[in-house]
Design a protein around this ligand. Structure first.
Ligand SMILES: [Fe+2]
Length: 228
């Protein structure tokens, strides 16, 4: 009975008060405040997304270490590259951790969003026809991803830009991805990323999201991907 009561007490506690799984993985700090992306992304969504959803991937990775599924010094990039041989928990939590860490850096408060580099701008025009056409292709990839997942702009093995999408917490760095490459931009199309403000209007979220993109960071990602 005592154990049952203890479990019931735990179930009624707010998630943030629950003990986090100790281990080598930790939640990266958000590079700006929870309200910094308003009104495009509301503060409550950002707080839940970062402190609950991203934290859950960290906890699951640490649990996987505690259970002996992965090594204490496992590198996220290695887990992604070997996703086909990992458990579903490791595939989802390594993907979730990498995707969200990447995602936070792709956005910035007003005045800190920079500009697309001329190299990236020229490559986008060469591949997609125009920046507007690129945006449409990216939005379509996000809107067309059935269920939960991510839309991506990647540099493929030939150094070419491509727009693609992945289900769940997969990404193009995984050996299981249909289209593989190095992501330079990605948008989270899970409902938890937009539902409080946009409800079921994923297309509106995708269209409005451009207003918070940090183009300095995306341009840096492009240069780094080409140099690989
Ligand atoms: Fe998310």
């Amino acid at each position: 009975m005592r154990n049952t009561l203890a479990v019931l007490a735990l179930c009624t506690m707010p998630a943030a008060a629950l003990a986090q799984q100790e281990g080598p993985f930790s939640l990266p700090e958000l590079p700006y405040g929870y309200d910094a992306l308003e009104p495009v992304i509301d503060a409550e969504t950002m707080e839940l997304h970062h402190s609950r959803h991203h934290q859950s991937f960290i906890d699951n990775l640490n649990s996987a270490v505690a259970d002996g599924d992965i090594a204490e010094d496992a590198q996220v990039e290695d887990l992604l590259a070997s996703a086909s041989t990992q458990t579903d928990r490791v595939r989802n939590s390594a993907g979730g951790h990498w995707n969200h860490t990447f995602f936070w850096e792709l956005m910035a408060p007003e005045g800190e969003r920079g500009e697309m580099s001329s190299e990236l701008s020229e490559a986008i025009t060469a591949v997609f026809g125009s920046e507007d056409d690129f945006r449409s292709a990216f939005e379509q990839a996000g809107a067309g991803q059935f269920g939960s997942g991510w839309a991506w702009l990647i540099v493929d093995d030939a150094g070419q830009l491509q727009v693609t999408s992945t289900p769940n917490q997969d990404n193009p760095l995984m050996d299981v991805a249909e289209v593989q490459g190095t992501p330079i931009l990605g948008n989270d199309v899970w409902e938890h990323a937009y539902y409080l403000t946009y409800n079921n209007r994923r297309g509106d979220y995708l269209e409005t999201w451009w207003d918070v993109v940090n183009w300095d960071q995306v341009s840096e990602n492009y240069a780094a991907a080409l140099a690989e």
